[in-house]
Design a binder for this molecule. Structure first.
Ligand code: ADP
Length: 320
């Protein structure tokens, strides 16, 4: 392997720049040429590719988002698109591509590997919803951003003795909601993995808490459940307690990455290049049981994970 490409794909996440920077600088350290591919697979198909050097990633480690930009690319899901992408890689002399993104992006990477281009995947998503790993780039920043925002909503919620529903991101997974629920001491946490739609239970809980003298009632709702405004209206009608919904939205995806995201992303970026240098291809970098590991891409894509039952259980106990 002489030349590697690097791209970010799917949703952006804080820390992606630290990963790109590590890929570029570790690549150059190992005498490889490194090509930056803009806008994920879309940019690859459009040949938006430029050579990167150590200075092209300067001043980026502290920046949110991704300097390479990202996109979703339906064209690349077709075999024709994948063949064309591989041809472009051959034409540009790219032997391997480091893909920073989520499960969808890994499926794309696997498709590219079937066309003869070596790939390594790095987990990049704020949602933590990649089965093979306990860490994904951006989650730590996102939960810290959400946690701080929820603290602020709580201040006003307590002052006005309101009920607050705060909707956090996470797509179909409840990791952000669960972590914020624990970190913010939320009275209720609604996770797509757990919530059966029983709003009466929430209403009973609000009334019971009010009787106990709690001044506020914070409900963290996950994006995968949604309908926070509708829920607020129904809860207010049933309890007579003023209830407001706050949807945190994209603020959770932006901002300067935390120390953890910078260090993990830097390590994973360097590891991706180390694997390629060792001739280990078509692997996914992951973090499990306190260690950085790498898995075969097929094996990684077959894995399943779920939120921690124990964490969910204690989140209920601690909110009493
Ligand atoms: P994420 O990587 O965050 O899961 P997406 O699911 O949106 O994000 O996937 C990002 C991109 O990866 C898609 O726009 C598409 O180009 C590519 N991709 C997703 N699924 C596949 C697939 N089954 N085969 C090939 N490419 C795919």
């Amino acid at each position: 392997i002489k030349t590697i490409g690097v791209l970010t794909s799917g949703g952006d996440a804080p820390g992606m720049n630290a990963a790109i920077r590590a890929v570029v600088r570790t690549g150059i350290y190992n005498n490889l040429r490194v090509m930056g591919i803009k806008r994920g697979y879309a940019g690859l198909l459009q040949k938006e590719i430029m050579e990167m050097d150590v200075t092209s990633v300067g001043e980026t480690i502290q920046r949110g988002g991704t300097i390479l930009q990202t996109a979703r690319c339906p064209e690349f899901v077709t075999l024709e698109g994948q063949k064309q992408a591989a041809e472009i890689c051959h034409e540009m002399g790219i032997d391997a591509v480091v893909v920073i993104g989520g499960d969808g992006s890994y499926k794309g990477a696997r498709a590219l590997s079937h066309q003869g281009i070596a790939v390594v995947g790095i987990p990049g998503t704020i949602d933590l919803d990649i089965a093979c790993t306990e860490y994904t780039i951006g989650f730590d920043t996102a939960v810290n951003t959400a946690m701080e925002a929820i603290d602020k909503v709580r201040d006003t919620s307590s002052s006005h003795e309101r009920c607050s529903i705060i909707e956090v991101m996470g797509r179909n997974a409840g990791y952000i909601a669960l972590w914020c629920g624990i970190a913010n001491g939320a009275e209720d946490i609604l996770l797509p993995e757990k919530f059966d739609g029983d709003e009466q239970r929430i209403i009973d809980n609000i009334i019971a808490n009010r009787k106990k003298g709690k001044q506020h009632h914070i409900i963290i709702n996950a994006e995968g459940i949604g309908d926070s405004n509708g829920m607020a209206k129904r809860i207010e009608a049933a309890t007579g307690i003023e209830t407001r919904a706050t949807i945190l939205g994209y603020m959770q995806r932006g901002g300067s990455p935390t120390c953890k995201d910078r260090v993990f992303a830097s390590t994973m970026g360097a590891l991706a290049v180390d694997l390629l240098v060792q001739g280990k291809i078509n692997r996914i970098i992951a973090y499990k049981d306190g260690e950085y590991i790498n898995l075969d891409i097929d094996e990684a894509l077959e894995m399943q994970k779920n939120i921690s039952e124990y964490q969910y259980k204690i989140s209920r106990i601690l909110a009493k």
